[in-house]
Design a protein around this ligand. Sequence first.
Ligand code: ADP
Length: 193
Amino acid sequence: MNIILLGPPGAGKGTQAAKLVASRNMIQLSTGDMLREARTSGTEMGQKVAAIMDAGELVTDEIVIGLIREKLEGNAGGGFIFDGFPRTLAQADALEKLLNDMGQSLTAAIELQVNDEVLVGRIVNRAKEAAANGQPVRADDNEESLKVRLMEYYKKTSPLLGYYYAKGQLRTVDGLAEINEVESAIARVLDNS
Ligand code: ADP
């Protein structure tokens, strides 16, 4: 099974992906994590993406598609959770083609449905908790870039909801429910697919 977790920043994609990795042995492919790793690696690409990420804007399709392609090549068996990818229609098309080329397909695109007030609260909280525990606070977890991230989501990523709906692949779960309830709702989607 190969699934996409869709939803705005703070919707809980990373949390749920981690649970699926533990319970179903799936492979989490988070472009946000890959890009954060790239920026600390000191490569030219890393330097290029750092400023874009901190501002809350989207990195180019070319870069993220390249990162995903590399990861897919090493894992022919599938079982992927795409977390934070695709974020544009061009990325969605590229993903379909990459999966086809390896004889895989998409099982479902699962939308974690939330509302904006909750998102802002969650992200502000994530930054506060990190600071209180002496952990690094993500440079893009501040109010200014959060606004940009939300706008980028509505402009460029939310059209994917219509795209996967039209393909019959969209499944929606209530992302405002308790973490364990969201987990069960996702499990039901997977068990019925
Ligand atoms: P969020 O908490 O906003 O969901 P992520 O960790 O998924 O954060 O991504 C952080 C940043 O990395 C994004 O704001 C963007 O700059 C960049 N990024 C991650 N995935 C993509 C993608 N698929 N396309 C373009 N940019 C991306």
